[in-house]
Write a new protein. Sequence first.
Length: 390
Amino acid sequence: MSRLIALSSYANLQQELDQRKATGSVRSRRLLQSMQGAHIRVDGRDVLSFCSNDYLGLAAHPAIIAAVKRGADTSGAGSGASHLITGHHQYHQQLEQSLADFVRLPQALLFSTGYMANIGAVTALMGRDDAVFADKLNHASLNDAVVLSRAEFKRYPHQDMQALEKLLAASKARRKLVLVDAVFSMDGDIAPVPELLSLCEKYDAWLMLDDAHGFGVLGAEGRGVLQHFKVQSPRIIYMATLGKAAGVAGAFVAGENTLIEYLLQNARTYIYTTASPPFLSAGLLASLSIMAQESGRRERLLTLITSLRSGLSDCRWKLEDSPTPIQPLIVGSNEDALKASEQLLQRGILVPAIRPPTVPKGTARLRISLSAAHSLDDVSMLVDALREIC
Ligand SMILES: Cc1ncc(COP(=O)(O)O)c(C=O)c1O
């Protein structure tokens, strides 16, 4: 009997999978057979890649790899326990201090991933009597965090400050939190942080910024969105990930000492999980010092962004208005986006087609992601191929 029930459940799953296939929305994985970078080997083939979030080209940096190896030699392969038991290694501690200094906030708390940082922070701070105000294009991890927190979930149209103000003005919630991607992951545009902050001040709300795609990239010294806008406020809860521009893995939340101590006591994704291997923190310490010292990487990125945008300015498909390394080329239908991605691949260039539900219906796109590891010639190759295809 139970086997029969199991079989009928599988039939339902298969039906859903078939439906995905019919609508061109099946996702599949490519097999990476090299280090991450501009030129990679995937599925047995060498390609020029515009697919990673390795914006500064640090994922394969020899000094970071060496620091990871040295870190493993002195701290071992794994942490062996959660942070609050015996897993909190001196590398973690040093990294938290360096991250707080880097973003110029009083204190930071390290999480194993950005997904866990968002879930942990939002669920610790918000509950049933509270309300979260979120941009409709926020990352999935932020949306999941709000649902898990059981707070009232109020979403406003992308970047619409008037709509946000109306929602804030009407709210009677105990605690209010405005929650946004600082750089939108599928669009590349930057949240208007000064305007968001003044609304938060007016309506007594916190502002949580997910700077996954701005940390290391934005600001004169790569310190992220706060440096970009030159803003600081005790209302700000800053979160950034360490697997993108920083080239390794992990994430952190930074802000006032009381906030961080509260998260340490209450964030379940911090407390009830094994601490990340300390050698990752050793690698991240090396990564942070490269990010601080090598401003040339950010300058190269800006040159590449300008070159791509001017090369595609008269293309039938339009680039979103993005000043960041995320440069989405809107194609429209799922089929056309997949076809364009396939045609690029035939020319040895890898650019992912991003489709609903990750992006709104009818806005399937090629998500071109630039890295300081690219050369101007790499970008010219992409521009020529795209002009031919579109
Ligand atoms: C905006 C944003 N927030 C959070 C995350 C999750 O970070 P992580 O990959 O470290 O879990 C991502 C992507 O991965 C992201 O794009």
